[in-house]
Design a protein around this ligand. Structure first.
Ligand code: HEC
Length: 245
């Protein structure tokens, strides 16, 4: 049995490794879903820089306003640029034939934080680098040959790829992409850009599960309740058994 298991692991491992999009270690996002200011900034970033191409089809504007502690007029003034109504879900301005422009349809981002994780998203938005062979002049460290342009280039600036010489299986040297380095500056300092991306990713994390913050605080409450209940149950047990001994 153990042998079988081991064999399966050995056979599956290379397949798993190949399915991975990139082997470069991810950056740490450091998001906090309870930080309402960060979520509000993230929502604004998303609406300004992402919603032109990406939808959030499971999130309604009015739900978002409520969770992000905004009034509907504030919402309309800051976050609703299309003729949507507050009960609408967040659609992108992208026509359905966008695939012909990008080679790929920009995906709906409702569940992206749940499927790929916040660290991946944070890394992906830090991963664009200049590559003249690509149609938009950029490639991505974490999603090789990404069809998405570097929409935050004016914020971050442009990065250049860093290669390392590594021998391949046959012993001959080849260039391997190992990272990126700053090349031309953008409007933001690196820390500002980090915060900008952190807020945006935080918002995507919220959008993937609007009840997450509530669920977590409920979890703490339930655990505390169970602990108090345990104490009482223990006292009661002692009371019942004290005459038996
Ligand atoms: C001009 C259109 C456009 C804009 C604006 C845009 N994207 Fe994209 N995005 C795309 C396209 C096209 C893809 C598909 C890329 C692919 O699969 O190669 C994509 C893919 C993605 C993915 C999926 C990556 C993956 O691993 O599959 C994420 C995450 C993403 N975009 C986040 C964002 C965020 C966050 C913003 C705003 C800061 C944004 N995008 C703005 C076009 C856009």
């Amino acid at each position: 049995m153990l042998k079988h298991l081991l064999l399966t692991v050995v056979v599956l491992l290379p397949a798993g490794a190949m399915a991975q999009e990139s082997e470069i270690p991810l950056l740490h996002a450091g998001t906090d879903i309870n930080n309402i200011d960060s979520l509000q900034r993230g929502a604004r970033n998303f609406m300004n820089y992402c919603s032109g191409c990406h939808s959030l089809k499971y999130l309604r504007y009015n739900r978002m306003a409520q969770d992000l502690k905004m009034t509907e007029p504030e919402l309309a003034a800051n976050l609703m640029f299309t003729s949507s109504k507050a009960v609408d879900t967040i659609n992108s301005a992208m026509p359905s034939d966008a695939e012909t422009w990008f080679g790929k349809q920009p995906p709906d981002l409702s569940l992206i934080a749940r499927s790929k994780g916040v660290d991946y998203l944070y890394s992906f938005l830090h991963g664009f680098y200049a590559d003249k062979t690509r149609i938009w002049g950029v490639n991505n460290l974490y999603l090789p040959n990404a069809a998405m342009p570097h929409v935050l280039e004016d914020r971050q600036g442009l990065q250049k790829p860093v290669f390392k010489n590594e021998p391949d299986d046959h012993g001959s040297a080849r260039m391997v992409l190992v990272g990126v380095d700053a090349m031309t500056p953008g409007a933001m300092k690196p820390e500002e850009y980090d915060q900008f991306v952190r807020d945006t990713v935080n918002f995507l994390d919220y959008a993937g599960e609007p009840v997450k913050a509530k669920r977590q605080s409920m979890g703490i409450f339930v655990t505390l309740f169970l602990l108090v209940f345990l104490a009482f149950a223990y006292l009661l047990k002692k009371e019942y058994w004290k005459d038996v001994h």
